[in-house]
Write a protein that binds this ligand. Sequence first.
Ligand code: FAD
Length: 190
Amino acid sequence: MKYLIIYAHPNPKSFNHAIKEQVETVLKKQKKQYSVRDLYMIKWNPVLGGADFKVSEQDKTPEDIKKEQQFIKEADVLIIIHPIWWFGMPAVLKGYIDRVFSAGFAYQYGPEGIKGLLSGKRVVIINTTGGTQEDYLKFGFKDALIKVFKDGIYEFCAMKIIRHVFFFAVPSISKEAREKMLAEIDGLDF
Ligand code: FAD
């Protein structure tokens, strides 16, 4: 079983970075094989440009996209770690999905409609928020994010979301409460 961490946060002192480190510690402890794509570290270009639309023409896929598609091809489980920004994902990750999850690789159009091409792969999402759990439930933000990420992106491409973890209000809670959140990662079965 091969794991791929896709991580999007610019600050190496962030709580998201601590989450990524904790996930790596758990994978190491479980002797799992894994790779990390730290999208800021690799300076991922998130802008879907004209050249990217040539992906369906053989050998015209830009090299940076080809490389990421290979990481995804080789992975059985994707672990996606990022904060919620403007009720979505950071632009760098959105641009990763725009460019890497391309037609012909992640999904395809056919006479029977749209078909996901990444079946067999499983996805774990770990998100942090500024908003409280109470507000996320009260205003439907949690359900909305679950639906968009699940039906709009990952399961649209035929992957299976096995866990979507939210750590709420991380900037305003106590250090101890955040440490408890990190400890929860120890108990996750990836
Ligand atoms: P950080 O701010 O990096 O860290 C939070 C605290 O954790 C800090 O005190 C840090 O020192 C501490 N910390 C770091 N490492 C550890 C550790 N190992 N153990 C314990 N504590 C540690 N929120 C919403 O809910 N909805 C939105 O739509 C939304 N939009 C946003 C848009 C933008 C552009 C931005 C910048 C923020 C937005 N937010 C929103 C808030 C955002 O989701 C949170 O700020 C973010 O999730 C917090 O995660 P972080 O990793 O950035 O935390």
